[in-house]
Design a protein around this ligand. Sequence first.
Ligand SMILES: [Zn+2]
Length: 343
Amino acid sequence: MNPPNQERRVVPPEAVDLESPGRRDYAVRFEHPTTWAYYLVPVTVLVGPGAEPDRGLVAIGSTHGNEYEGPVAIKTLLGELNIADVAGRIVLIPVLNASAFSAGTRDTPEDGGNLNRAFPGDAAGTLTQRLAHFVSARAFPHVHVVLDLHAGGRVACFPLLASFHRVADAAQAREMEAAARGFGTPIAGYYQDATPGLLTSCAERLGKITVGGEFGWGEAVNAAGVAMAKRGILAAALRHGLWRGTLPPPQCAPDAQVLCDSSDLGCYVLAPRGGVFEPAVACGERVAEGQTIARLHDFESIDAPALDLRAPHEGYIQSQAWGARVQRGQVVTIVAPECAWME
Ligand SMILES: [Zn+2]
């Protein structure tokens, strides 16, 4: 257990010890780009007696600073995980982008960078690039499971979902599916792998079992999302022999979980013009091809009827604009067709 009010050891990124047995609670320092100060990123390393080189799990929260379920879940685990129950290596980073988190913003205020577009990063770059480099260069070589916990922030709402990419290696793909199912979310989804600089894409190209997820939205804390985030970390740790313990029951039973695939950009419904977005269906709902999924209102033409936005195909509503005001070209809904689980 983590002693209350414990002072964390302040260290530079290169001094984090991921190999020695035991528990270490660090505040890893990243120099502020302009002020005589450091951002202190909490990193807890637990190494049990059965830890093997290159094998372990890292769980990361607050890659974006205004998403809260991952940080709350990992912060809770800091207090609950007992080193006596840890067999392998578990690395917990509840608040990776400490700068954005303290500002309550998605991106890093100092450089405007989106940390989830900055991987693998650069040790001599901006604050955002240095944070990415710490994870890819320091943490990744010591783990084989990477979990990156997101939420919708102000951008979108989601049915609570675990997400992962299609990868060519069959064994890696099977384990990624198993890790995704471990979160107990009602929906799990494949998603497109075209966006450059993603933490998850960087990890999976290194062969890591990599799962992300969206566990809430609206800059709030979704309690069910917190429970799912926490369970997903423990389920992966248990499956890979890193932790001994009893899993809490899943929020959604395995036989009720649905797998969707939004990899095809034809799943994305873009706003044809700016306006006020009125959803006509709920997140997570199954819709038919051609069904009205939202209406777009133009308040500059108060007497004009709303524009109907329709589902491009049958599938599940995997994401929806959260804020009322949307701009032309914005992804306002993702309709993801169901697909079969590998196992
Ligand atoms: Zn995010």
